[in-house]
Design a protein around this ligand. Structure first.
Ligand SMILES: *[C@@H]1O[C@H](CO)[C@@H](O)[C@H](O)[C@H]1NC(C)=O
Ligand SMILES: *[C@@H]1O[C@H](CO)[C@@H](O)[C@H](O)[C@H]1NC(C)=O
Ligand SMILES: *[C@@H]1O[C@H](CO)[C@@H](O)[C@H](O)[C@H]1NC(C)=O
Ligand SMILES: *[C@@H]1O[C@H](CO)[C@@H](O)[C@H](O)[C@H]1NC(C)=O
Ligand SMILES: *[C@@H]1O[C@H](CO)[C@@H](O)[C@H](O)[C@H]1NC(C)=O
Ligand SMILES: *[C@@H]1O[C@H](CO)[C@@H](O)[C@H](O)[C@H]1NC(C)=O
Length: 626
């Protein structure tokens, strides 16, 4: 079931915790049991982790509730001479590419426990952590000294995910990653006046690592959603917000609110002109405090004021486990604000006991209905940016084939999220002992609980779409003049401003014909003849659009939709995902002179027709590839 506020409260109660778990802890998760994890930790050959950290071999000093003697000699680490990345900066901004990254359908994974640690995912970094050994702060204040803690973290930042990982992801059709960061990741200045102040220097080289991560993703053609997982004061009291004291102090403390605004301002200033940054997520899984909507409103307006570019930049908010409430919030706005809803099936008492096949039925039934309603009311500005294949042992116990049941469950989620939302992100890409945990570890789930590829079109990588002569020819004949190179189209302007020249005779067969044949019956407007005439006459950039306003909206809508399908395919075989937002932003860009008030619905309807025709052509061209 979708984790509602009520369900969440019930869960906390049932677990006897003052703070809930929206991420697994050893007591709840399935896959590797705590016992298995501990066994792996203590086996002889794993006493030195891949990141060079030597973990204690005495099982009594690790594990939940265990305490570490910080001074113990088994907390020594190999010295790590961190490469000085300096301040790498970003490549020059490319607006056309950024539009595709930001508006496309996202197949994504979370790079969890890279910049925000979770004990169950990267236990080796907690081996010599301080205090409760649960959160980022415990690592930074552990390991005997700030220098050693910094070495441990820098080595992890430099090795946990590398360019081979991004290439692998791109090679199986993942086109986006969600990158959880904490405010501490921005550097020592942002730690002042927070619990991280005493350990601020540990983070002196962390922001350059975040930039490096974004650039590595970009080199592989992946977009990055930068997600503020830990805000000053903590937005949810969870260890994955950076602290172990369980306190939610953000919403009732002005100084923390102000600090969070500074963090978000910094992120916007740094990232708005980064081509492959697809958005900033304002908060991850906040408590649904009474003031959360006001907080979001303040954050959004603060971030929008920074520059012209920031006005249209995508901002993501999490629904605080109340989909309906924040769906209204997004529906009430017209700017590029996206709702993130998380979907897990192992945390409420009901979910823990429910058979896997029933979960799958729920997903294809009531959950699908709820997501469909939300998505359509908020112009598809909805993503499921955390989900997994995890099921409890209890859920799987009654199934005749547990593997099949898990596959059906995962496939059900994929089908629904892909169809009804603009994207999904698996939690998480990697973790220690990944291959023991196909429920939570993407690398282990691929081609096991999940399919083997995730492309928007087809099931194979299409390295260079412009080399697909079949597709490129069909699409370019349909939408461009013969001399125009389809791979170097001018799409510098924001979406919708591109007016396709339709002067080639080939265009007549595809573009105006489909439009003509689809004029709704009973339409007053005599669109059929005039559209056909425009097409037959040929029309280039200098030709006016039809003078009749309704006809103009139809013609422009259809051609924009068709060309959009093409432009997105030419960049990494992408598909438009944030369809409604793209149309809204296109209409704003076109202005009322082109799309007259009262005719927008024609534009919208025919944009969708053009898009569907374009996507169908591309899909069939891809299917025909040898
Ligand atoms: C990336 O890390 C993996 C181990 O996780 C390693 O096998 C691979 O060689 C690394 N690639 C690069 C380019 O460093
Ligand atoms: C927070 O910012 C507001 C507006 O800039 C300011 O009026 C207020 O004094 C600040 N509060 C704190 C505690 O810094
Ligand atoms: C981003 O680029 C735009 C246009 O090139 C420029 O006006 C703006 O100052 C840049 N920086 C920010 C923070 O918006
Ligand atoms: C959305 O707008 C409606 C009408 O103005 C208002 O009643 C409602 O409270 C708003 N909902 C949210 C969540 O902002
Ligand atoms: C998803 O959409 C496709 C294409 O419209 C359709 O064939 C398929 O049945 C849909 N799947 C689900 C689970 O709704
Ligand atoms: C997926 O796994 C099957 C065996 O279960 C194997 O035959 C196949 O080659 C794998 N596919 C990929 C793409 O790895």
């Amino acid at each position: 079931m979708v984790l509602t506020a009520g369900g969440f409260a019930l869960l906390l109660q049932s677990l006897g915790l003052s703070q809930g778990l929206s991420k697994p802890s050893p007591g709840v998760r399935t896959g590797a049991s705590p016992v298995q994890s501990k066994a792996a930790l203590t086996s002889a050959d794993s006493s030195v982790r891949p990141n060079g950290v030597v973990v204690p071999t005495d099982p009594t000093i690790t594990g939940a509730g265990g305490r570490i003697n910080d001074a113990a000699s088994n907390c020594m680490v190999d010295p790590y001479d961190a490469y000085d990345w300096g301040y790498p900066g970003f490549p020059p901004f490319d607006q056309a590419k950024a539009n595709v990254y930001r508006y496309r359908q996202q197949q994504s994974v979370n790079l969890g426990s890279w910049f925000v640690h979770e004990q169950w995912m990267t236990p080796s970094l907690f081996a010599c952590a301080s205090g409760d050994q649960l959160s980022e702060l415990d690592i930074a204040s552990g390991w005997g000294s700030l220098d050693v803690a910094r070495s441990v973290l820098e080595k992890h930042w430099d090795t946990f995910v590398n360019i081979s990982d991004f290439d692998y992801l791109a090679g199986i059709g993942i086109n986006t990653v969600r990158l959880p960061i904490g405010y501490w990741s921005l550097g020592p200045v942002f730690c002042q006046g927070t619990p991280f102040e005493p350990v601020a220097e540990v983070y002196q080289n962390s922001w350059s690592r975040v930039i490096r991560a974004i650039n590595m993703a970009g080199d592989a053609g992946l977009g990055v959603l930068v997600d503020l997982h830990g805000a000053p004061g903590s937005q949810n009291g969870q260890p994955h917000s950076g602290i172990s004291d369980g306190e939610v102090n953000l919403f009732d403390d002005d100084s923390y609110i102000n600090k969070t605004m500074s963090v978000l301002t910094f992120l916007m200033e740094e990232l708005v002109n980064t081509t492959n940054v697809v958005g900033i997520q304002i908060l991850n899984e906040p408590s649904n405090a009474d003031s959360l909507p006001a907080f979001y409103t303040q954050a959004i307006s603060t971030m929008r004021q920074i520059s012209l570019a920031s006005e249209t930049f995508p901002l993501y908010i999490h629904d605080g486990f109340n989909l309906a409430q924040y769906s209204d919030f997004v529906a009430n706005r017209s700017d590029f604000v996206v709702l993130d809803h998380h979907s897990y099936f192992v945390f409420t008492p009901g979910d823990v006991a429910e058979p896997a096949s029933e979960h799958t039925k729920d997903i294809r039934g009531s959950i699908s209905d709820a997501l469909a309603a939300a998505s359509s009311s908020q112009r598809r500005n909805l993503v499921i940016d955390e989900f997994s294949c995890a099921l409890t042992d209890q859920s799987l116990a009654g199934e005749t084939s547990p593997d099949q049941a898990r596959q059906d469950f995962c496939q059900g989620q994929m089908d629904i999220y892909q169809n009804l939302t603009a994207g999904w992100a698996f939690w998480a890409y990697d973790k220690e002992d990944c291959y023991d945990d196909p429920g939570w570890c993407f690398k282990a789930a691929v081609n096991r609980s999940l399919s083997s590829t995730f492309f928007s079109y087809g099931d194979r990588p299409v390295a260079d779409p412009s080399s697909l002569s079949a597709m490129a020819d069909v699409v370019s004949m349909a939408t461009t003049s013969p001399q125009e190179d389809p791979t170097s189209m001018d799409v510098q302007n924001p979406p919708g401003s591109y007016t396709p020249p339709v002067s080639s005779t080939a265009a007549v067969g595809l573009f105006p014909y489909s439009a003509r044949s689809r004029i709704p019956p009973g339409e007053v407007l005599d669109g059929s003849t005039s559209l056909a005439k425009k097409g037959l006459d040929g029309r280039d950039d200098s030709d006016p659009l039809p003078s009749d306003p309704s006809e103009r909206a139809i013609s422009k809508g259809y051609s924009d939709g068709f060309v959009t399908a093409k432009i997105f395919a030419l960049y990494g075989m992408s598909k438009l995902g944030f369809t409604g937002q793209y149309i809204v932003d296109s209409l704003a860009k076109l202005g009322t002179e082109i799309i007259a008030p009262g005719t927008e619905h024609y534009y919208v309807q025919w944009f969708m027709e053009g898009l569907a025709d374009g996507e169908a052509l591309i899909a069939s061209a891809v299917a025909d590839l040898p």
